[in-house]
Design a protein. Structure first.
Lengths: 174, 230
């Protein structure tokens, strides 16, 4: 999962402090692996350097200064491109896909579109394997079948998610 | 006047079909070239079977255009559409396609017999297709005496015996296990490619769709061509 893109996506709904960003990330995507503060601040410095976010304001308090970050137009384009690019089929793909789907819903983009594009990318891999299988010997067939069943499992998850998009949209909006 | 993509054999544009208040097709588009296998995918109730039935001249759409080989299908009479289906199209469905009283070779020969071919000639051609689908040893058996996978391969042979230019397959492996389903798909697509027939394959199974060249996704009666989408 791309932490940078996820934080950028969260920022699309409005400027936030680093602490708020971490809290929003952990709540939606962190589950059993919350972000460290260090990760948030190092990621934000990188995004700042690349012009994808800007400092929207600085609050001076009793402790260290608190920067408030806002996404730039270049940042919005970057999120847009990331969401539209299908993930390379691989193990534990669903965590990256889940993040994309939730971010699309959070930012009012078409989540079904992301799932369609991903299905197509998976099918592309499945066609290559199927072609190898039809031309190959029994060993080829068995090896390709193993990979095909794994890809099919991803796709089943994808179809189920597509069928539950309305419920997920409600849950995300809460 | 509508235009078809260059070289396409069958094209549909802006198809609409309503059942009561349900929009089964809501501006669906489709095109297929000779020798191409296109999977039509989408959730249950999305309109994929309605799209297939419209493309196959079984069901007239409420509006929109369907062009087959340069001819507008939607303005054809029932008799013309029926003749088109008999002479140019082949069909494979999920269930109940074979006539139980006839032997397998008689079933495969049936479309040729209905077109006026002699029994001897029709059964000779039927046997040729049964060999390609690896079911020639079942020629004297009746459908009730063969397995689901064998019966489906007999049905594919019957669909191809008239050398159709378009084969319509609606969930052709839906009632089969993985092994038999894949065997049917391999033989079906090999046979279709060898005759340059186009195949419109409606399926919700991705392993079956992987035998296609490209896919379109139907959702809420609207289609999306994934090759053009990426």
């Amino acid at each position: 999962m791309s932490i940078g893109h996820t934080l950028l996506g969260i920022l699309e709904s409005g400027p936030r402090h680093g602490y708020d960003l971490k809290r929003a990330f952990d709540e939606k995507f962190g589950h059993d692996r919350p972000l460290h503060y260090g990760q948030v601040y190092s990621t934000m410095s990188r995004l700042l350097k690349n012009g994808l976010v800007e400092v929207d304001g600085i609050e001076a308090g009793g402790g260290p200064e608190r920067k408030r970050y806002a996404i730039t137009d270049a940042g919005i384009t970057d999120v847009e491109q990331w969401l539209a690019t299908p993930q390379k089929p691989e193990e534990y793909l669903q965590s990256a896909l889940y993040t994309k789907v939730v971010l699309a819903l959070l930012t009012h983009r078409d989540a079904a579109d992301i799932l369609d594009t991903q299905r197509s990318e998976h099918l592309r891999s499945m066609r290559i394997l199927t072609d190898r299988k039809r031309k190959g010997d029994l060993a080829d067939q068995l090896i390709c079948d193993h990979a095909l069943f794994h890809l099919e499992a991803d796709l089943r998850w994808l179809e189920l998610t597509a069928a539950r998009l309305d419920k997920l949209r409600e849950a995300v909006a809460r | 006047m509508t235009t078809s993509p260059p070289g396409s054999l069958l094209t549909a544009q802006d198809l609409r079909k309503t059942y009561g208040h349900t929009h089964a097709l809501d501006g669906a588009e489709f095109s297929i070239h000779p020798g191409e296998v296109v999977a039509v995918m989408g959730p249950s109730g999305s309109g994929k079977s309605t799209l297939l039935h419209c493309l196959a001249a079984i069901l007239p759409p409420d509006s929109g255009s369907i062009t087959y080989n340069g001819r507008e299908v939607t303005t054809m009479s029932d008799a013309q559409r029926s003749a088109l289906r008999r002479s140019e199209f082949g069909f494979v469905f999920q269930f109940g396609q074979l006539v139980p009283e006839l032997t397998c070779v008689e079933n495969v020969a049936l479309p040729l017999r209905l077109n006026g071919t002699s029994r001897k000639e029709a059964e000779r051609a039927a046997l040729g297709w049964m060999e390609r689908l690896e079911v020639d040893d079942l020629k004297g058996k009746r459908p009730g005496e063969v397995s689901g996978g064998q019966g489906q391969r007999v049905a594919v042979a019957r669909a191809l015996v008239t050398s159709p230019r378009v084969l319509f397959a609606d969930e052709p492996t839906g009632a089969l296990d993985s092994y038999n389903g894949e065997r049917v798909m391999k033989l079906l697509t090999d046979a279709a490619r060898s005759t340059n027939a186009a195949v419109v394959l409606v399926t919700h199974e991705t392993r079956v769709a992987a035998y296609s060249d490209r896919e379109i996704v139907v959702r809420d009666g609207k289609s999306r061509d994934m090759e053009r989408a990426i």
